[in-house]
Design a protein around this ligand. Sequence first.
Ligand code: MGP
Length: 221
Amino acid sequence: MATVLLPLCVKVSTPVPPNPEMEICEANIPKVLSPESYIKHPLQNRWALWFFKNDKSKTWQANLRLISKFDTVEDFWALYNHIQLSSNLMSGCDYALFKDGIEPMWEDERNHRGGRWLITLSKHQRKADLDRFWLETLLCLIGEAFDDHNDDVCGAVINVRAKGDKIAVWTTEYDNKEAVTHIGRVYKEKLGVPTKVIIGYQSHADTATKSGSLTKNKFVA
Ligand code: MGP
């Protein structure tokens, strides 16, 4: 019996017929690959990507579909490169990226008392900013960009709308002032939104029950 080293560093014992003419020399031992070359880079969290397509014959929840889940950097890029850019989606569609176990809706227990930092885009920003803002948002989430407050982050949503697109980061508790304001400050900076442009944070409870077109801001950044 001899021990053979496979390229993936898996040790197995295989019966090797005795061959007295073959000398054991280094050249016959396969090189062992470094773990960097075959282990995918794990993310802090597992994430789920959802897609919403506006079919008016169905309920809002029935229009929401899970696309896929991932928990490594490599699987994130494989998915991102496989799907349509947001700017190519039909009006009325959404993508949502949420931590595994949180559904991208107000009703989820982790969203119920939460809210969102909302970026509203003008029509001309679809071409200039939409795709890069969304990618930056995704990277903020999976890269856990919010320091001590990443646990407050639930996910993010992009709404492609004829009236103007929207991107938002959803957090779990609108009353967590320190977490919410920190996330807003960092998020605005990461997107490169000019200081003079004000972004607002609204609770889902207010959004869900709003009567006019504007939901009041609980915080601004
Ligand atoms: P929307 O898709 O978030 O924004 O909400 P849109 O299309 O720009 O519309 P506006 O009202 O913000 O101008 C559209 C509608 O989808 C809401 O009024 C709800 O009826 C429904 N909806 C949206 N969300 C995020 C939820 C949700 O989390 N739960 C439920 N039950 N309905 C939702």
